[in-house]
Design a protein. Structure first.
Lengths: 422, 934
């Protein structure tokens, strides 16, 4: 279950930096990587796992970079991919952005990081906040020698001791994204809510936090079945949450990391009325023009408002001379997306708006057939959760006994929100 | 200022300049120089010439500089082993530095330098670091033990590092425990001696489960993977492990989730399937699996490949989750294709309407491969859900109307399968198909169309014209089209003999005379002979009723599936291949699921009635992978089942029943000696005792060695069926001698035997048992084995995995085939050839064995070995010693040469073996030993 080596290559497959962890493969095998990717792409058999002789590559692409691990064994590939995505995150937190230039600019520190992130193919410390305590951007001087922070190997490996704030505050954002897939004839094929609780923690010392939600399982077990509660289907927690405690009595208790992080995520499969419903009528007159009639309807309570709504309607690649007419908002043709973007700054609940678009088509048909990309919708509804989830309390206990202020915010936004067109 | 400036110098004499800077007195300048060296190394320049100068910089208190020098050492030590020794002192010193960061750095780096001379010095510092007061050092040292073991296993095992490593499992720090577990799993994989020492027991499991709650996400993966290798003593222990593992299903890291799923899937086997505990456990698995599909696409891909295994093993887990596998427009193609596969597996009567609507949508997309697979999927739905077949067919017809070339071709291919499943039901569409004859240019589509025409020749008025049109370009066709065309025309002739005689003669002569494809020629000859000797028999064979194809396709064979379940989240689970198929070297243990809990089994079957597990019974005809389907049509046409046969191989010997027997009898001359069938109890020896009798009487010339029967399946584990058996060689064929004993209360019937792929391609012949087998009765059977089955290298080489079925259930066991039953009769080598071969094989291939304590003379040994097809080619007497030179040949044509040295007065024989294939030696030696002692 181990990686022999990690490589970061540019878009042409040239190695920018690499680290050989096990010495059991010839490092030059990576030269074959790009050829293999291209061959498989041609044959349409490309997968993120490529076998070459007895070496297996697992790769991800980020910006213009390929990050890959190689192995000769029956490695745990879920681990390999999680790790690759994790190192992208660490590098981003170190260098703001991970790209060819930031690698060249920081190669010394990248070598240092690669040494800490993985040993003999086994991922080690990957928490960038902790790494930053002993692998720092500026070089160490003799006087103040770095030591491994006790955090690295503590049971609480995500928070250092001795953190101090003048004002103790916690910000809690409950963000729900709606994933929706609607068929061309208007049937909802899939609808799910993916929620996330994000925190920004500015607390001193080693605080113990307990978060209370209107969790249906909890309410039922404590006999409060009647109050409005939400059934969380698959809850995932950050490292810091005591999973066995949650399994036992559904208590979410934890010592939070410092600063910003995602505390938990959950998923609900309940069918909700699509918040923004889009109907489209498309009339194609071959060789001359294509006309669109798009109707958007907000299907949430009147007192809520969706902000920054964008309805992205795909149009043929060879469309030209756009003309729009709309009752509200503005329309823009963006050829790079092959789409019309209809933007509505503020879209109150229970309303319905209309947009018409007209495009010319060339008299000569293009050779390549086009797919039928779906309509995408973007939106953001503040002070509202579509699932009805609520934070009932956030208790903060620290031995010094300070008072801390929790702030809670709710937002519902689009996730993967697609409506197929006919 | 950024580091990129270090890359800029490309002047000549750079190395020389760097040398000067490295030796500079100024610390800053030195540091800059080392950075330049590392920069050059990074871009691939060879800076090994600076080795001594860089190593000189190693003694510094500057941490960053030290790290860079260490990095340099790791890269170049191997090319400069003599110089690398200079660094040892500093390493050893650094291992005692007051700063734990430096101690850890030193021990970590030392382990990465794979130079023997350095490794020698690693022992002492490593021992200290394993007991270091700082957990950061201990966790680094734990991994270092695995590194050292990789370089020098003997050193690690002799110097007590394994014990030290094991002690770390009780460490107070969870991360140390996690790394120790990782190191242990790795060591155990390669070393059997270490396995004994480091095996996880129920005491260590407790420690691991405690550490699981506290260590990092990666540590959790190491621990879970190692728990997955542990077999609990009983159901209670399995339950308590599951209770403590299931919280991990809520972890945000997908790798932790998948490893937890692996543990649960494995332990579920041990539980009472009907009890509530297993039920709740199964319910807990669905949500995390679904959530994995919102992860990054690469992780989705790994998850989907694993879900494919999981739904085959336990379809109930995801049976209500069809919708999450619907394809999204922006999914990468590899995710789309995997989702499609799983959609088909989950299709049932309840959701077929939705699935079909989706598939139809996909079939109009732009991505050709995705569209093709979608069209195939529609066909598979039709085969799987009978009630929907009509809808599927009309959907396919709609798609054919689009006239999109590749859509039409795919549709034709799947319609052929639909005809196989529902014969005489949808022929009305044949005319539509015929309209599109011209657009078919892919071999598979052409072959399918030809099959349809041949099969329904009597209803297609112009079938002869259509087939004739294909015949024009016969030589240019792909082999599968040629084969299909041959069969189709023969069918046509048998159905309409009057006006097609010319056509059939034409195709037979094309196939037999103008083709150099042996498959085609053979098939042509068989047909020709059949038609000319006995047209009635030909009709029975060629037009025999074909077995219906089963609904589940592409199923993974059950023992392999079980093995893959144990490898969830690893590469094997993505490739759907056992690790031995792609990992070099020895795989110490083949993983297998624990045996299912007995009590709940009956109910379990009821709970999952649509469980698509196809037991490997010879009667069941499973459609082979789509690609190989037409290749197999010959076998299908002749009525022989083709379960798990390699697709391309045309069986030279009949292995199935039905019309195949007819062929065998009718065509003796063509097929050579009639193979021994299972019921042949013949005059051959039955068991040792009788055989000896015969041999005394001089009736039977040879008695080959037959080991005593062993118990392969105990009655207690198999609902009352006891199977004892051994192997023998009879009538020039390897045989399995089986005794079935019914120890249950009710009679048994429906016995069948199937083998997994094995090293020698052994496959069972016909099993003939007088059924029903009454309670307390036993049946002795000799099962002839062919060597034309699927080949896959096993560990050990002679391992054979067997499935035995009766009317109650399927049972699995594995046994070892004594190699002597695979020694063939024509294994006698010509003297000169022997001499030349002996010289040709390099001497490092020669291995010596001792056969101790035998009381034989050279002559008696020669006879004994001769009876087992080990042929003595020459005998020499050198200084009172008898030297016997012998040869033997295995069924797979591996020759082994041997030299047997016999000294008078010494009871130990020396055996030297020489062959190009070294793997067979242990088995050959075992056989020699057994034969000589028999």
């Amino acid at each position: 279950m181990s990686a022999s080596a990690v490589f970061i290559c540019d878009v042409k497959g040239k190695v920018l930096i690499s680290r050989n962890y096990r010495g059991d493969i010839d490092m030059s095998v990576v030269d074959k990587f790009m050829t293999l990717v291209m061959e498989m792409e041609d044959e349409a058999t490309l997968t993120p796992i490529i076998q070459h002789g007895n070496v297996t590559f697992c790769y991800i692409k980020y910006n213009n970079l390929y990050l890959l691990t190689t192995t000769k064994k029956n490695a745990n590939v879920a681990l390999s991919f999680s790790f690759l995505h994790k190192i992208v995150q660490v590098f981003c937190e170190y260098f703001k952005e991970l790209e060819e230039e930031s690698i060249r600019d920081n190669f010394v520190i990248i070598y240092e990081l690669l040494d800490e992130l993985m040993d003999f193919g086994y991922p080690q410390t990957t928490d960038s906040k902790i790494l930053q305590e002993y692998i720092t951007q500026e070089s160490h001087q003799v006087e103040v020698q770095a030591r491994p922070p006790s955090t690295v190997t503590n049971a609480v490996s995500w928070r250092s001791e001795g953190i101090k704030y003048r004002k103790n505050e916690v910000f809690l954002d409950v963000i729900e994204s709606v994933n929706l897939l609607v068929s061309a004839n208007g049937n909802v094929l899939r609808s799910e809510i993916v929620g996330a609780v994000k925190m920004r923690v500015y607390l001193s010392g080693m605080p113990e936090l307990r978060l209370g939600l209107n969790d249906k399982v909890l309410f039922e077990s404590t006999g409060r079945g009647k109050t409005k509660a939400v059934e969380l289907e698959d809850v995932k927690f950050h490292q810091c949450v005591r999973l066995s405690r949650f399994e036992n009595d559904r208590t979410i208790s934890f010592i939070p990391p410092d600063g910003e992080y995602d505390l938990m995520s959950y998923r609900l499969n309940t069918h909700v009325k699509p918040l923004i419903w889009v109907e489209s009528v498309i009339e194609r007159h071959a060789h001359s023009r294509v006309e669109y009639m798009i109707k958007a309807k907000s299907q949430f309570k009147r007192r809520s408002t969706a902000n920054n709504v964008e309805i992205i309607v795909p149009v043929p690649q060879d469309a030209d001379s756009p003309k729009f007419k709309t009752t509200v908002g503005s329309c823009k043709y963006s050829p790079e997306l092959n789409a019309v973007v209809w933007s509505i700054k503020s879209f109150p609940g229970g309303k319905e708006f209309l947009m018409r678009a007209h495009f010319g088509l060339p008299s000569v048909m293009s050779e390549d057939t086009e797919g039928k990309p779906p309509i995408h919708v973007r939106f953001e509804i503040p002070y509202f959760t579509v699932s009805g989830i609520q934070v009932r309390y956030l208790k903060i206990i620290e031995k010094s006994g300070y008072q801390a202020l929790p702030w809670v915010r709710y937002i519902t936004q689009n996730g993967d929100y697609q409506l197929r067109t006919s | 200022m950024t580091d990129s400036k270090y890359f800029t110098t490309t002047k000549k004499g750079e190395i020389y300049e760097l040398k000067g800077e490295l030796n500079s007195e100024k610390r800053d300048k030195k540091r800059e120089a080392v950075k330049k060296v590392i920069a050059s190394m990074t871009v691939g320049k060879d800076v090994s010439a600076l080795f001594p100068d860089v190593v000189n910089c190693m003694q510094t208190d500057h941490l960053e500089l030290k790290k860079l020098v260490y990095l340099y050492l790791m890269n170049y030590a191997k090319s400069q082993p003599d110089m690398a020794i200079m660094a040892v002192n500093t390493f050893v010193k650094d291992c005692e530095d007051p700063n734990p960061l430096i101690r850890a750095l030193a021990v970590r780096t030392m382990g990465c330098i794979r130079v023997d001379k350095i490794t020698e010095y690693l022992g002492e510092p490593l021992r200290k670091c394993l007991k270091d007061e700082d957990p950061y050092v201990r966790k680094t040292a734990a991994v270092c033990v695995a590194k050292l073991h990789d370089i020098n296993p003997i050193l690690v095992e002799d110097q007590g590092f394994l014990e030290l490593l094991r002690d770390l499992l009780g460490d107070s720090n969870p991360m140390v425990v996690a790394n120790a577990v990782a190191a242990m799993s790795e060591i155990v994989e390669t070393s059997p001696t270490a396995l004994k020492m480091l095996e996880i027991n129920s005491a260590t499991i407790g420690k691991l489960l405690t550490a699981l709650n506290e260590c990092t996400e990666w540590g959790q993966v190491f621990i879970l993977d190692s728990i997955a290798n542990y077999s609990p003593r009983d159901e209670r222990e399995a339950q308590s492990i599951c209770e403590r593992v299931t919280p991990r299903l809520s972890h945000a890291n997908a790798a932790v989730v998948l490893s937890a799923i692996k543990v649960v899937m494995k332990l579920l086997e041990m539980m009472d399937q009907s009890a509530g505990f297993a039920g709740t456990l199964v319910k807990k698995l669905a949500p995390p699996l679904v959530t994995l599909l919102s992860a990054e696409p690469e992780i989705q891909y790994v998850a989907l490949r694993n879900i494919n295994l999981i739904v085959q093993k336990r379809p109930e887990i995801l049976k209500h989750e069809m919708k999450v596998f619907f394809v999204k427009y922006n999914d990468p193609i590899y995710v789309k294709l995997e989702k499609l596969d799983i959609m088909i597996r989950l299709t049932n009567q309840a959701n077929i309407a939705q699935v079909l609507a989706e598939l139809k949508e996909y079939a109009t997309e732009v991505d050709v491969d995705f569209v093709r697979k979608s069209v195939r999927a529609i066909g598979r739905c039709a085969i799987k859900v009978e009630a929907s077949a009509e809808r599927c067919v009309s959907t396919l017809l709609d798609l054919i109307q689009t006239k999109v070339n590749y859509v039409v071709q795919e549709a034709v291919v799947v319609i052929k399968d639909i005809f196989r499943k529902y014969p005489n039901k949808y022929e009305s569409i044949i005319s539509t198909l015929c309209e599109n004859l011209d657009t078919l240019d892919e071999p598979e589509a052409r072959a399918s169309m030809i099959w349809i025409i041949g099969e329904y020749a009597e209803r297609i008025d112009n079938a002869d014209e259509l087939l004739e049109s294909f015949l024009e370009g016969f030589q240019d066709e792909n082999a599968q089209v040629q084969l299909q065309l041959l069969t189709a025309i023969v069918k046509l002739f048998l159905k309409r003999p009057t006006d097609t005689q010319e056509l059939v003669q034409q195709v037979l002569s094309l196939a037999t005379q103008d083709s150099d494809n042996p498959d085609l020629r053979d098939r042509g000859y068989i047909y020709w002979r059949l038609l000319s000797t006995d047209p009635a028999a030909a009709k029975d064979v060629v037009l025999a009723e074909k077995p219906l194809i089963s609904e589940e396709t592409d199923l993974i064979e059950p023992t392999l599936l079980d093995e893959l379940i144990c490898h969830i989240s690893s590469l094997a689970s993505v490739y759907h291949k056992p690790p031995s198929a792609f990992v070099e070297g020895r795989q110490a243990v083949r993983k297998a699921l624990p045996p299912r809990s007995q009590s709940g089994e009956g109910e379990a079957v009821q709970a999952a009635p649509e469980a698509p597990v196809a037991p490997p019974q010879p009667q069941a005809t499973v459609i082979p992978g789509m690609d190989s389907l037409t290749g197999d049509l010959l076998d299908l046409d002749l009525g022989g089942p083709s379960t798990y046969q390699p697709p391309a191989a045309v069986q030279p010997q009949p292995i199935g029943g039905g019309s195949m027997d007819l062929l065998g009898e009718g065509l003796d001359s063509l097929l050579g000696p009639s193979p021994v069938s299972g019921m042949d109890m013949g005059p051959g020896p039955r068991g040792g005792g009788v055989g000896d009798l015969f041999s005394l009487a001089g009736l039977v010339p040879t008695t080959s060695y037959v080991p005593p029967q062993e118990t392969w399946i105990e009655a207690g584990k198999s609902k009352g069926m006891e199977v004892n058996g051994t192997f023998s060689r009879k009538n020039n064929q390897a045989c399995m001698e089986l005794t079935f004993t019914n120890k249950a209360m009710s009679p048994m019937a429906g016995f069948a035997v199937q083998f997994n792929k094995n090293s020698f391609g052994l496959a069972p012949g016909i099993l003939n048992i007088n059924t029903p087998l009454a309670p307390n009765a036993a049946a002795n059977v000799t099962l002839a084995l062919t060597t034309t089955g699927g080949v896959q290298k096993m560990e050990p080489l002679n391992n054979l995995q067997v499935a035995v079925k009766n009317n109650i259930d399927v049972f699995y066991f594995s046994c070892q085939v004594p190699l002597n039953v695979l020694f063939v009769e024509d294994g006698e080598m010509d003297k000169r050839v022997f001499l030349a071969t002996w010289k040709d094989i390099p001497s490092q291939n020669e291995e010596q064995y001792t056969i101790a304590n035998v009381e034989h003379s050279a002559d008696t040994v020669t006879t004994k070995l001769r009876n087992n097809n080990i042929f003595t080619i020459a005998k020499r007497n050198v200084e009172g010693q008898d030297m016997l030179y012998q040869s033997l040949k295995l069924t797979n044509n591996i020759w082994v040469l041997a030299e047997l040295k016999i000294q008078p007065g010494n009871n130990n024989f020396m055996l030297s073996l020489k062959s190009t294939t070294l793997d067979v030696y242990p088995g050959i030696y075992q056989s020699y030993d057994a034969i000589v002692r028999s």
